[in-house]
Design a protein around this ligand. Structure first.
Ligand SMILES: [Zn+2]
Length: 322
């Protein structure tokens, strides 16, 4: 059972928002497009794994997708976590095309594709680290801990997995598998791990703590790419001609082509949350939309059903990301 579903990663939404709003001559655009392509490939790899996982019995497996858990002062992230009464399984998902060569001696992964060789951080070490962090998380939260295992799952069926010349696979490296073998590998685990470690009550506590602890990671994408806010488009743009939209009694009208829209502010506010920060005040909204009336700003904000903190003039409206 998927107890936590996979959503479009925040980083993808942020990169798309940035590409929508950046001045069209900016030198960072090719880099943004390239990074977006990589992130979309990663996300589609993860969704491909969800397809395989959907065949598992609902009763036995709790599946948590895309968990980000705090372990002060840091966080760690798990692509998919399967919790059963007998074991927990971490899946580190890789969507890499070409020929992948694992070198256990140097802990490195090399990709060979279209005549180009590229190095990657060793996914096995990555998954091993996640296992240690998850063990600590269970321990810190007083959770009953079934044995924790991990697989690195390669989602692209055409990817070829190889071992570096002269090297042999030591045990952790046998945990790198193709997605199409995932269900078989899980049934092998069911034969190895037969001791029921966690009771029903333990499992529901694990579920509650994992869901409550998940924290989406919000980072400022402009800072990350070193892009100045002034290099993004200000105000509401017309969806027809990109002209500036102005507030005209209860609606937005384009100053150039006279197109009108009641909801033109929504995308601009969404993009503000993605690009600037996940909260906004009445005053900040008036600057953003270039309007004078606090009452109009308040009406627009309350129509968005956002969580609020503070009262009256000091109200802050919060966008919650998942
Ligand atoms: Zn227009």
């Amino acid at each position: 059972m998927f107890v936590k579903n996979r959503r479009i990663p925040l980083k993808i939404e942020q990169t798309e928002a940035l590409l929508r709003n950046i001045v069209q001559t900016h030198s960072k655009i090719p880099l943004l497009q390239q990074d977006l392509k990589k992130r979309l490939a990663g996300f589609s790899g993860e969704k491909a794994i969800d397809y395989h996982l959907s065949f598992l019995s609902e009763k036995k497996y709790l599946i948590f997708n895309d968990l980000r858990l705090p372990l002060p002062p840091y966080h760690f992230q798990i692509d998919s976590l399967l919790v059963t009464a007998y074991y927990c399984l971490i899946l580190e998902i890789k969507n890499i095309s070409g020929t992948l060569t694992i070198d256990p001696k140097f802990n490195q992964l090399t990709k060979y594709y279209d005549g180009v060789e590229t190095g990657f951080p060793d996914p096995i070490s990555q998954a091993q680290r996640q296992k240690l962090l998850l063990q600590r998380f269970f321990y810190d939260n007083n959770l009953t801990m079934p044995p924790i295992i991990f697989f690195v799952v390669v989602s692209n069926p055409k990817t070829i997995l190889k071992v570096a010349k002269g090297q042999t696979l030591s045990s952790p490296y046998s945990k790198m598998i193709h997605a199409q073998n995932l269900i078989d590998e899980i049934s092998k685990l069911n034969h190895i791990y037969t001791k029921e470690v966690a009771s029903k009550k333990d499992i529901s506590k694990i579920k509650r703590v994992l869901l409550n602890s998940h924290e989406p990671g919000y980072t400022n994408i402009l800072d990350q790419y070193g892009i100045d806010e002034s290099d993004t488009i200000q105000g509401i743009r017309c969806e027809r001609c990109s002209g500036k939209m102005e507030r005209q009694c209860r609606t937005w009208g384009c100053s150039q082509c006279h197109f009108t829209s009641k909801l033109a502010h929504q995308q601009t506010i969404e993009d503000y949350f993605l690009l600037i920060k996940p909260s906004i005040t009445n005053k900040e909204l008036r600057t953003l939309l270039d309007i004078q009336s606090p009452k109009t700003a308040r009406n627009l904000l309350s129509s968005l059903n956002l969580k609020t903190t503070g009262t009256t003039r000091a109200t802050i409206y919060h966008k919650e990301f998942h």
